[in-house]
Design a protein around this ligand. Sequence first.
Ligand code: CTP
Length: 399
Amino acid sequence: MELKDKNILLGVTGGIAAYKAPGICSLLSKQGANVKVIMTEAAQKFVSKLTFQTMSRNLVYTDMFEEYPQDAEVAHIQLAKWADIFVIAPASANSIAKFANGIGDNLLSATFLAARSKIMIVPAMNTFMLNNPATKENMQKLRNRGIEVLGTHFDLLACNDVGSGKMLEPEEIVEEIDSLLREKDLAGKNVLVTAGPTIEAIDPVRYLTNHSSGKMGYALAEEAQKRGANVTLISGPTSLSRPKVSKFISVISSLDMYQAVTEHFITADIVVKAAAPADYRPKEYHPQKIKKETGDEFRIELERNPDILKLVAAKKQDQIMVGFAAESENELANAMAKLTGKNLDMIIVNNIKAENAGFQSDTNVVTTIDKHKNMERIGEMPKTQLAKVIWDKIKRTFL
Ligand code: CTP
């Protein structure tokens, strides 16, 4: 996360979704951000000032003309200057209309007028208010000024109407803030990431697979996307929710993955193969369910799947190729052999037996080895954090 030590100004307007805004505040504070909150008068009818004060460990601002103890400057100017990002969540139709039309009649809208930081608006309102042409025009005006206006969820709303207008969840909003604050250092790069296991069907009921969860590959894909890359993620079956990437391609078997990678490899600048495609598939697929009357013993003959990475890396032009190695012993020697044998620029070695590392874990411990044989061990950290470190490393070494 890029949120540590960032100054985040959170504007809260009046709407039922205001009850979720303390959740945003809490998540941001937990990530190490400094949060200051401005509430409109209407917002204070839904949530108390004290809630935000406790969550942000800062004074809450509500009034244009109140004197705030530590501020020598006028509050709205001082807050506008302080912020790295100004997030208005929830943003009501009324406040959005004020922002779009330059009205500064309360502390929040006046601060908005003075803001020079990045701005994010998170709408929440009744679906008819959202779809009113005036609101739509106002949101478009703000977008045209380079302001990030987020979407809403479709659901049964507090007012009992069904439709769009429900505010995004605090976790989603924090992800968006994180993304907006990222340096776009991979802008213009086409990144191809593979993730997850593959499954190799035996009959319509059974299959062969492995323990890969897809977490590392998804984290790498999302991180690259946040940094401005155009990311294609080719994923085997996982239980993860679909990440925000430019293109998501879902595949089942190693052969499917091979086909998809071959198709997208040509236009890629950087390829990161975090997937664990099955090395073998059943030689024969039984179109009908195999019955146990077949006998007390049952043998499945397997045949080799293509080594996707090796085959595409053999055709590489300027692409930077990064592979993974899952090893349970002799990790460095085996990884080194894969680095050269598969014509890679870098390999990232997992010891799948290490504690808090490997397939299903949320954390990982890896060693990176680049083609010049530079080696670095990266200690235990969440896979999302590791994704950041890996991209920093790719950038430093190759870009
Ligand atoms: N890989 C691939 N196609 C395969 C198998 C692996 O592209 N059929 C890629 C993986 O995505 C990974 C790298 O090759 O980036 C190494 O995968 P790994 O499973 O560690 O090694 P293998 O090459 O399969 O070798 P082995 O199973 O003998 O350790």
